[in-house]
Design a protein. Structure first.
Length: 243
């Protein structure tokens, strides 16, 4: 009788855990359904680029851009609740600068849920740089911290929460980025080394590090998304080529 009672308790416990898990999955699915989506104007901008030397392969877990004799491997982690397609123009532009680029598709568009996913795309045959926007930048610092296979880290409208003194780092900010917590940003500078570079985009905002339109709580940009994106591409290329 005691064994039967114990078995029943176990079954009930498992059923409760499964119910909680199911509710969690449903909740995250509903929450992620509000993710920001890329705008069609981004596709128009991409169509204006000559990508004949770039190979793009999209899978369920990633969007990869490869070129011949790539200078470096770049891993890109999207911002929280932002569809990874929103970074295709940035990735295309960086590929044209001679880099292999992988945009990681993260679970429920929240990289913080599976922070180690990006490690799968580290290349053992060349130098690696990791880029993250917003929450993706926070996760990028988690991936890069203490990781000898990541040589450089670039944060877009973001800040590190882990020690990245072992990597060359570039932080790109924007004048009207009201989504950035300035106090946390200032405090985070303890995690970077003395060679860290900070570049501020005049007239830019938080959302225009991607291409998905207006973001709640963000400031109003005084430059176009195209201008901001091209500035980001040029600053990243300059940083990677000279560090």
């Amino acid at each position: 009788m005691k064994k039967n009672r114990g078995f029943k308790i176990l079954i009930k416990t498992l059923m409760v855990l499964m119910a909680v898990f199911l509710v969690l999955i449903i909740g995250l699915s509903i929450y992620s359904s509000t993710s920001y989506q890329s705008l069609t104007e981004m596709d128009t901008a991409i169509d204006s680029l000559d990508l004949s030397a770039v190979t793009m392969i999209e899978k369920n877990s990633s969007i990869k851009y490869t070129v011949s004799n790539a200078k470096m491997n770049i891993i890109f982690i999207p911002g929280g609740l932002v569809d990874p397609d929103s970074y295709k123009y940035l990735a295309s532009g960086l590929a044209l600068e001679g880099y292999n680029v992988t945009i990681v598709k993260v679970l429920f568009n929240l990289a913080i849920l599976t922070p180690n996913t990006a490690k799968k795309y580290i290349d053992d045959t060349m130098d690696n740089a990791i880029i993250g926007h917003s929450l993706g930048g926070v996760v990028a610092s988690m991936v890069a911290s203490g990781n000898e296979n990541t040589d450089k880290i670039i944060l877009l409208g973001s800040y590190p929460i882990k020690d990245i003194k072992g990597q060359d780092s570039l932080i790109i900010t924007a004048e009207h980025d009201d989504a950035m917590d300035q106090e946390k940003f200032n405090a985070s500078l303890q995690y970077v080394n003395g060679e860290n570079t900070i570049y501020n985009i005049d007239g830019g905002n938080h959302a225009q590090f991607g291409w998905y339109g207006i973001q709640k709580g963000d400031g109003t940009a005084e430059i176009s998304t195209l201008v901001q994106q091209n500035l980001v591409i040029s600053q990243i290329s300059l940083f990677l080529d000279n560090n």
